[in-house]
Design a protein around this ligand. Structure first.
Ligand code: FCB
Length: 430
């Protein structure tokens, strides 16, 4: 049993499109994920978020479940098309839902940790170019300001964006997430505008709200290892690290984009003039904490055939149901690197968890051994990091509920993403 300090925050997390359902009530209009999931072939089994966990109707029941888990905090996100169903048109009815949720959580002694953007861009915004259009920064600011104005008194902590890498590289480069574009030029512009909107929001919040509540951003980070000592594999690992980690870490913490990656990308990104003077200063506006979603490491090898000259190598590590390497030791190395190269801010692990197939016991129950083992290993790392003084201030299990797992839909094998905190929580103590 590992010991955590009284101040340590244990929580669990979700996001709006993955759990809410009721896609067209109380004035909500479609998001890019509604459009994408309705496009044949984009989501496994043709699944959509129309119903999902019906959280929109079952909020109170879900709050009771959170309460019964005994966690300190609950992380959720706000569906932008509920708040601004049309450009410039505020919908108080949509905001009411989140106000009620945040208020009820507070009453139950659970701290609301709010993510402003977890990927459900309104379709109207995408029709105007989405994140590729620099005006998206203004649209986001209008949305974020309303969230601050209406919710700040009930919120414990703010996250501007969840995983800009996924929102942009999966959404605009690899095409496997909404809006499904497949070019790096779009992705790099979209990433820049998302980062800029993050910086603007932090600046605005800190000046207008006198920095009342801690505000930060969440990145998905994975440490990257070369499959061999060869020069080519080392180069490939550096490229994946640049694409996944440094392209986001460097602007946020060092006010610059990594030059090696700018050069590599320039085969596909013909013009970097979308990066305007002062943008990087804004992007690197200091935050109060840093959020990390950690799932796995990457083992990488050289591939002349791939755009960025790398691909995943065969790894003999045990895997989660997503096929991801279970890699708690590398989790520790990641945090060490961040402390050395990037930041002293308090770190929150805003997501961690694993999908596994259900294994039935003889008595017909599911004991969830693999998931408990995964969470135990990662929580142990967090405890050890804190013993070393690494200042990890919180841990949020993904997820509170089985939910719509983006392009994987509700596919059976993946469906059990990360629930059952009940089992996991047996293993820690404050
Ligand atoms: C993260 C996302 C979250 C969920 C988990 C499995 O990338 O933030 O919504 O899909 O992965």
């Amino acid at each position: 049993m590992k010991q955590f300090s009284q101040e340590f925050i244990f929580g669990t997390a979700t996001s709006s499109y993955q759990i809410e359902g009721p896609a067209s009530v109380d004035g909500r209009t479609p998001s890019i994920w509604d459009t994408f999931s309705y496009t044949p072939g984009k989501v496994l089994g043709g699944d959509t978020g129309d119903v999902a966990c019906d959280h929109y109707n079952r909020m109170e029941e879900d709050i009771q479940n959170i309460k019964n888990l005994g966690v300190d905090s609950y992380r959720f996100s706000i569906a932008w098309p509920r708040i601004f169903p049309k450009q410039g048109q505020y919908n108080p009815k949509g905001m009411e839902f989140y106000k009620k949720l945040a208020k009820r959580l507070m009453e139950e002694g659970i701290k609301p940790l709010v993510t402003i953007y977890h990927w459900d861009l309104p379709q109207w915004a995408d029709n105007l170019g989405g994140w590729i259009n620099r005006e998206s920064v203004e649209w986001f600011m209008e949305f974020a300001k309303k969230c601050f104005e209406e919710l700040d008194e009930y919120v414990a902590q703010w996250i501007t964006h969840n995983e800009p890498w996924c929102a942009t590289m999966l959404g605009y480069h690899q095409g496997v997430h909404a809006p499904g574009h497949t070019n790096l030029d779009d992705a790099v512009k979209a990433a820049h505008h998302i980062l800029l909107s993050h910086g603007q929001a932090v600046r605005y919040y800190k000046s207008e709200f006198a920095g009342q509540k801690p505000i930060g951003i969440t990145l998905n980070l994975s440490p990257v290892y070369a499959a061999s000592e060869t020069m080519n594999d080392q180069l490939a690992a550096n490229n994946q690290d640049g694409y996944l980690n440094r392209w986001f870490l460097d602007p946020i913490f060092k006010a610059k984009y990594p030059e090696d990656m700018m050069n590599l990308f320039s085969k596909f990104v013909h013009d970097y003039n979308f990066i305007q003077e002062k943008d990087l200063q804004i992007i690197s506006t200091p935050c109060d904490f840093f959020g990390i979603n950690y799932y796995n490491r990457f083992l990488i090898e050289y591939s002349a055939a791939s755009e960025l000259l790398f691909k995943e190598a065969y790894s003999d590590y045990p895997k989660s149901g997503m096929g991801w390497d279970i890699s708690p030791n590398e989790f520790k190395e990641l945090i060490h690197r961040l402390r050395k190269e990037y930041t002293d801010l308090p770190i929150f692990i805003t997501e961690n968890g694993a999908a596994f197939d259900d294994v039935l016991e003889e008595d017909g129950t599911v004991k969830d051994h693999d998931r408990v083992d995964y969470v135990e290993k990662h929580l142990t790392v967090v405890a050890e990091l804190n013993e070393e003084g690494m200042n990890v201030a919180g841990y949020f299990l993904w997820s509170l509920l089985d939910n719509f797992e983006w392009a994987f839909g509700y596919e059976k094998k993946i469906r059990n993403l990360f629930c059952r905190f009940q089992n996991a929580k047996k293993i820690y103590e404050k």
